[in-house]
Design a protein around this ligand. Structure first.
Ligand code: PEP
Length: 255
């Protein structure tokens, strides 16, 4: 009932010519791939370029961040209307790099989630604990706090459109991936928390795993019952690696 979703977060990589080539290679590589959704999140400056490449392909466009207001005196920010205009379907919100380097709080993430939904953008809401928090046994407490503060005021029709990305901070860009069991434990916990507060609609919410996802670990991760896809950083800059991740196994619908 949950269509798997694989999203490439290109971060601050990709001049337009590079972005065009990468997007074209991803489109070619996932052609004919059914039973899952694939999206790429280029930097803002490459969104329109990548959009041209993605037209008529099943690959969707995502943005990496967004302000919650439609317009105004917010120098350097990009609004939901602007993302809509360039054809974004998804927007990544509350990435740990935004939280860590740019001071994004759960309250800001919550406003962004509401704004995204109001503008027909699918928010991909990132949550995850640091290494210190994990070692102190605080993982579930930290992640539930982030989920509660960002999401739990949403009503069931809204929450079913949200995507959650569990990204342990210690696994992002480090090559240190969570084991499928570690990831499943947190994913299962997030779903339980959602079920307790918004009810059965929790079964429809996609929960992605992010943190050093590579071609050689995606298949094992995707076997877990509550892992519904991946948010991929580093490996999404390599078309071949990203396409292999999007073509995760087991699958009976590959061409
Ligand atoms: C990310 O930044 O969302 C991420 C998961 O990065 P990486 O795959 O490089 O760990």
């Amino acid at each position: 009932m949950r269509t798997p979703l694989i999203v490439g977060n290109w971060k601050m990589h990709g001049l337009r010519a590079e972005a065009r080539a990468l997007a074209a290679a991803v489109c070619a590589g996932v052609q004919g791939l059914g039973g899952r959704e694939v999206a790429v999140a280029p930097p803002f400056t490459a969104l329109t370029t990548v959009r041209e490449v993605l037209l008529d392909s099943p690959v969707a466009l995502a943005a990496q961040n967004m302000h919650w207001e439609e317009r105004g005196a917010f120098t350097g920010e990009v609004s939901p209307l602007m993302l809509q205009e360039v054809g974004c379907r998804f927007v990544i919100l509350g990435h740990s790099e935004r939280r860590q380097y740019f001071g994004e709080s759960d309250a800001m993430v919550k406003q962004k989630v509401h704004a995204a939904l109001a503008h027909d953008l699918v928010p991909i809401v990132c949550v995850g604990e640091t290494l210190n928090e994990r070692e102190a046994g605080q993982t579930l407490e930290v992640v539930s706090g982030q989920v509660r503060r960002a999401l739990l005021e949403l009503d069931p029709p809204a929450i079913r459109r949200v995507v959650v990305a569990y990204e342990p901070v210690w696994a992002i860009g480090t090559g240190r991936v969570a084991t499928p069991q570690q990831a499943q434990e947190v994913h299962g916990w997030i779903r339980k928390l959602l079920r307790e507060t918004v009810g059965e609609v929790a079964a429809e919410v996609r929960i992605l795993y992010g943190g050093s996802v590579k071609p050689d670990n995606i298949d094992e991760l995707m076997k877990e019952p509550d892992i519904d896809g991946a948010l991929v950083g580093g490996a999404s800059l390599d078309a071949q690696a990203f396409v292999r991740i999007a073509r995760f196994l087991p699958a009976n619908d590959l061409e």
